[in-house]
Design a protein around this ligand. Structure first.
Ligand code: KG4
Ligand code: ZN
Length: 339
């Protein structure tokens, strides 16, 4: 009998549930919350309320698509943190009640570890390659930017991280400055494909070590556009594709220069990417282009496992289930954490 894990993710603005049989994915359902688009960013109270509305149908659909009943579940895994507390509370309360009712173990997942462990989700024919330990993972999302040494499934060490904004946040803020809708990352990615990435140049940080900084870039974009708009109010409209391509290029330059430095310093050439920004087509293209020069084996997750999803929580649950690493009903969600 396989181990069946239901994963629940509710840390931000996606309500998601997934079912896994051992490490093989059976279903992966995500309901995104459209309500935030008109506000240009996630409104925490609205996110929490939307999770309450969506969690039951999303879990129901995940079980149905996996073709199993809740009585067959071996355990339920949920995101304990980091994330928005009001959002996390919905998933954690549901997971606790469900495991109590079914009398099965409760498993907590750290959202950032889960983004990385998404690389171990197997498709039905178990043919997808998985990273070899130890590997470096560049975790790039809306809230985090980290370089992590992954020695084992739960033996992870952050060796570099952002000292201010995250990479995804920078995409989103740049898009907002240009009047593009939220979330800006996918939109900039799409427009950048038609643009010239070296047409405009923006400030890059000059900080030692493996840490990142994006706040200077954000300010540089803001002032650059303010000045150009004074000369021509249609400047953004006329140059949208080149602006997107140049902004994306700068963000990727910052990310990749640190990743190359981390690989040189550690001698690790197994390189993975994770998190919402790992969906970026420019990042994927450039990693592929530099892998030979650096002698890297690169691991790029399928798009469905880049932005927030519950399959990554379910696979985390599976590996914790094997270790009998179960959570207490009293475990409180946390807004911030490392691991
Ligand atoms: O991992 P994720 O879904 O949520 C967090 O844990 O934060 O990441 C969301 C972030 C957003 O900032 C979004 O703009 C960005 O990932 N993102 C992208 C792309 N798709 C999503 N950024 C650049 N290019 C993309 N294709
Ligand atoms: Zn995430």
């Amino acid at each position: 009998m396989p181990v069946y894990i239901l994963g629940i993710e509710s840390s931000c603005d996606d309500t998601a549930a997934a079912v896994i049989a051992d490490d093989v994915i059976l279903s992966n359902v995500t309901a995104s919350q459209e309500i935030h688009a008109s506000f240009g960013g996630v409104v925490p109270e609205l996110a929490s309320r939307a999770h309450q509305q969506k969690i039951v149908p999303v879990i129901h659909t995940a079980l149905q698509k996996a073709n199993i009943s809740k009585n067959q579940l071996s355990a339920v895994a949920y995101t304990r943190g980091p994330g928005l507390l009001g959002s996390l509370l919905v998933g954690s309360s549901f997971a606790k009640a469900l495991t109590m009712g079914l009398n099965i173990p409760l498993i907590e997942a750290n959202h950032l570890q889960a983004h990385i462990l998404a690389h171990f989700i197997m498709d039905a024919n178990k043919a997808n390659p998985v990273p070899v330990f130890p590997f470096l993972c560049l975790t790039v999302s809306g809230g985090h930017t980290q370089i992590v040494i992954v020695k084992d499934h739960f033996d992870m060490h952050i060796i570099g991280q952002t000292i201010d904004d995250a990479a995804g946040e920078t995409f989103d803020k740049a898009a907002k400055i240009m009047g593009l809708p939220y979330p800006g990352g996918p939109m900039i990615d799409q427009l950048a494909r038609e643009g010239n990435p070296v047409r405009f140049s923006f400030a890059k940080p000059n900080i030692p070590g493996l840490d990142f900084s994006f706040s200077g870039l954000k300010t540089s974009i803001l002032y650059f556009l303010r000045d150009r708009l004074k000369e021509n109010e249609n400047f953004i409209e006329i140059n949208k594709a080149d602006l997107c391509a140049s902004i994306q290029q700068t963000i990727l330059d910052i990310l990749l220069s640190r990743l190359e430095k981390a690989s040189l310093q550690t001698g690790i050439r197994e390189i993975a990417i994770a998190g919402g920004v790992s969906a970026n087509s420019g990042l994927r293209f450039r990693l592929d282009a530099i892998k030979h020069k650096n002698n890297w084996n690169i691991y790029i997750p399928p798009l469905a496992y880049t932005t927030d999803n519950a399959a990554m929580i379910a696979i985390t649950g599976y590996y914790k289930f094997l270790k009998k690493d179960f959570a207490l009903q009293s475990a409180a969600p946390y807004a911030r954490s490392s691991f």
